[in-house]
Design a protein around this ligand. Structure first.
Ligand code: FSX
Ligand code: SF4
Ligand code: F3S
Length: 371
């Protein structure tokens, strides 16, 4: 009797070869923290002809979130997104416009009530009755309020939709807030996928999880999928050994910067930002802000990106042991002195952080006293 192949029956979507598809589903299972045995279930769900209807609302944003999904360097992503869901309304991608598009949105919502996924991109203005962002002549915030209760799930994509993002930066002239704040009294749960833009794979994994298991993934206390936002950037950063050894770039272009040392003193917010950028990376070529030489500015963290000054020291939330270590065996000739320096350096790193925190606290105290 022959054994059934685990991926039997799950044909790869058109345009993707089967080997790539099987590999992709295995990577997705791993990135969601699931055992590899789940990969065939994910493959079956991803290729099911029953695709969830998605209504995609756009409010105050730059369209970067849509762009990051659809202009991905790897064709698999775009193909899978559009194969996985039935995108029934999206202002960026609609072929119709005006009254025709609005009428189609209402029709799709009525036909799929209780079953569609509402994806929101951008922040929602609340000042002056929400007049600062209108769609079809109506404040988009009103469209959100009437649509969300009819959806099966609500996903806020990007930092703008999660907690206001760019449009909510001081002085926040439109009273921009995220979806969860608008729906706070409704009891409707909102999944936040923050980032400006977010990593498209974090969105794809969340949707894949939903279509595979018919429920939302585990969320943290800020509504983010725990599998993607469970760790501080600082915990997985490849520059972390330099932080622990007390080696910091002091200025852009100085020797430390050129040598790839830690960017903490240039304002890196990795120690207070939860995201998987160092492990997932972007654009299929392994880049992320810190490995291009730019400090993380906390684009995905509530109250950090677009709110904290760019070059001010981060408030390290906690100091954990690094997940990546400097080589235990020092390079030839450096011997014990390197290890001793590393031990001293770890203390230096902690001291620098403590100094940064106390600097911040003093500054805050001064501001409080001035207020
Ligand atoms: Fe905001 Fe997304 Fe940044 Fe832009 O739409 S999260 S400004 S990448 O586009 O909402
Ligand atoms: Fe990496 Fe920034 Fe942490 Fe330095 S402070 S180790 S650059 S995340
Ligand atoms: Fe944003 Fe920082 Fe990642 S700036 S993209 S959260 S490294």
């Amino acid at each position: 009797m022959g054994t059934r192949r685990p991926f039997a029956g799950a044909e790869a979507p058109a345009g993707i070869n089967r080997r790539d598809f099987v590999k992709f589903c295995s990577i997705m299972a791993a990135s969601m923290g699931l055992p590899l045995e789940m990969a065939p279930r994910i493959a079956a769900a991803a290729t099911s002809p029953r695709r969830p209807s998605v209504i995609w609302l756009s409010a105050q944003e730059c369209t970067g979130c849509t762009e990051t999904l659809l202009r991905a360097g790897h064709p698999t992503l775009e193909t899978l997104i559009l194969d996985l869901i039935s995108l029934d309304y999206s202002e960026t991608l609609n072929s119709g416009a005006g009254r025709q598009a609005e009428a189609y949105r209402e029709k799709m919502i009525a036909e799929n009530e209780g079953k569609f996924v509402l994806v929101c991109e951008g922040s929602f203005p609340t000042k002056d009755g929400g007049v600062y962002c209108k769609v079809g002549g109506r404040p988009v915030v009103d469209i959100l309020r009437e649509t969300a209760p009819k959806a099966a799930a609500v996903i806020a994509i990007g930092s703008c939709a999660s907690w206001g993002g760019v449009p909510s930066a001081d002085p926040n002239p439109t009273g921009a807030v995220g979806v969860a704040e608008i729906l706070a009294d409704s009891g409707i749960p909102v999944v936040n996928i923050p980032g400006c833009p977010p990593n498209p794979y974090n969105f794809l994994s969340t949707v894949l999880y939903y279509v595979t298991f018919k429920r939302l993934p585990e969320l943290d206390d800020k509504g983010r999928p725990a599998f993607a936002y469970g760790r501080l950037i600082h915990e997985n950063c490849e520059r972390r050994p330099h932080f622990d050894a007390g080696r910091f770039a002091e200025r852009f272009g100085d020797e430390g910067h050129r040598k790839g040392w830690c960017l903490y003193k240039l304002g890196c917010k990795g120690p207070e930002t939860f995201n998987n950028c160092p492990t997932l990376r972007f654009n299929d070529v392994g880049v992320w802000p810190v490995n291009t030489g730019h400090p993380c500015f906390g684009c995905s963290e509530q109250g950090v990106g677009f709110h904290a000054p760019l070059f001010s020291p981060a408030r390290p939330l906690y100091i954990t042991p690094p997940t990546q270590f400097a080589p235990a065996k020092p390079p030839r000739g450096e011997g014990a002195s390197t290890l001793a320096a590393a031990a001293v350096g770890a203390a230096v790193g902690a001291a620098v952080v403590a100094a940064g925190v106390s600097l911040r606290n003093t500054k805050q105290k001064d501001e409080d006293e001035d207020a």
